[in-house]
Design a protein around this ligand. Structure first.
Ligand SMILES: NC(=O)c1ccc[n+]([C@@H]2O[C@H](COP(=O)([O-])OP(=O)(O)OC[C@H]3O[C@@H](n4cnc5c(N)ncnc54)[C@H](OP(=O)(O)O)[C@@H]3O)[C@@H](O)[C@H]2O)c1
Length: 227
C-alpha cells in the first residue's frame, strides 16, 4: 500500500517515519515544498527543521498536497484541524475516489488562546466535514485521542489502553485496524465506535485530554475503555 501523509509537523513525521520503518512506500504532502524544505528553524513545538528529519528518511519525498494525493492509495490527514477541510476540498475528486482517508486531526481553534476550543463541536465533527467534502472517499477517524508517540508505539505505556475508529465504510475500518495492528495495537484495544458521526465523541475527548496533559505535565498517557 502506498501512503501519502499530509502534514509535516509532529504527527505527520511520526506516522510517515513509522510507515517508512515498516517498509511501506510513503510520501508526505505540504503546502509549498520549497518553503518547507528551506525552513531553517525549529517549529512552534520544538521539532527540528524539515531538512533534519528528511536526512534521516531519504526515501520519503515531499511534494505538494495534490501531487501526493494522486500518487497514493491511502491518505493520512495530519494537518492542523482548522486547515484540514480546505486542504482536502482542494484536491481533485479523481485523486481521492474510493481511497481510505485516515483522519488523525482535531478541530482545535487556538484563536481565543489556551486551552483551544473545538470547532465544530457537539452536532458535527471534522471527520464528518471531511467525509462530506469527499463523498467518494472513505474517511476513518482514528488515533486523534493520544500523543503522537503513543500512536505508533502503544507499548510505550504499560497495560491495556484504547484506540478508537469511526467511519461509514466497514472495509475501510478493517484496513485501518490492520494498519493499527502493524503499529503494535493489539486487536482487543481497537474499539470500533460506529459510523463517522461517532467522531464527534472522540474529538470531544480533546478538552479532557488537554486538561490531563496540563495536570500530568506530559503526554505519556492514554484513555482505556474497561467493559
Ligand atoms: N501533536 C500531537 O501529538 C497530536 C495528537 C493527536 C492529534 N493531533 C492532531 O494532528 C494534527 C497535526 O498535528 P501536529 O501537532 O503534527 O501539527 P499542526 O501544527 O497541528 O499541523 C501542522 C500541519 O498542518 C499544515 N497546515 C497548517 N496550517 C495550514 C493551512 N492554513 N493550510 C494548509 N495546511 C496547513 C502544515 O502544513 P505545511 O507542511 O505546509 O506547513 C503542517 O503540515 C492536528 O490536527 C492535531 O490536532 C496532534
Amino acid at each position: 500500500v502506498k501512503y501519502a501523509v499530509f502534514g509535516t509537523a509532529t504527527v505527520g513525521r511520526t506516522i510517515a517515519g513509522r510507515l517508512d520503518e515498516l517498509g511501506h512506500e510513503v510520501i508526505m504532502g505540504t503546502r509549498d515544498p520549497e518553503e518547507t524544505v528551506s525552513r531553517a528553524t525549529q517549529d512552534a513545538y520544538g521539532n527540528p527543521p524539515w531538512s533534519a528529519w528528511s536526512a534521516e528518511h531519504p526515501r520519503v519525498a515531499l511534494p505538494m498536497f495534490a501531487e501526493a494525493a494522486g500518487a497514493a492509495e491511502v491518505l493520512v490527514n495530519a494537518t492542523s484541524g482548522t486547515a484540514s477541510v480546505s486542504v482536502f476540498s482542494a484536491l481533485p475528486a479523481s485523486s481521492v475516489d474510493g481511497k481510505t482517508i485516515v483522519d488523525i486531526a482535531n478541530p482545535l481553534d487556538f484563536s481565543g488562546g489556551m486551552p483551544p476550543a473545538l470547532d465544530p463541536v457537539g452536532t458535527d465533527s471534522l471527520g464528518e466535514q471531511l467525509q462530506r467534502a469527499m463523498p467518494s472517499a472513505r474517511v476513518v477517524k482514528t488515533l486523534n485521542t493520544m500523543g503522537a508517540h503513543i500512536m505508533v508505539a502503544p507499548a510505550t505505556l504499560t497495560g491495556d489502553h484504547t484506540v478508537f475508529v469511526s467511519g461509514d465504510d466497514p472495509a475501510a475500518k478493517v484496513e485501518v485496524a490492520a494498519l493499527l495492528e502493524e503499529f503494535g495495537w493489539p486487536s482487543g484495544s481497537i474499539v470500533d465506535v460506529g459510523d463517522i458521526t461517532t467522531a464527534r465523541g472522540t474529538e470531544m475527548l480533546l478538552p479532557l485530554w488537554l486538561r490531563l496533559w496540563g495536570a500530568f505535565g506530559n503526554a505519556d498517557f492514554n484513555f482505556h475503555i474497561q467493559r
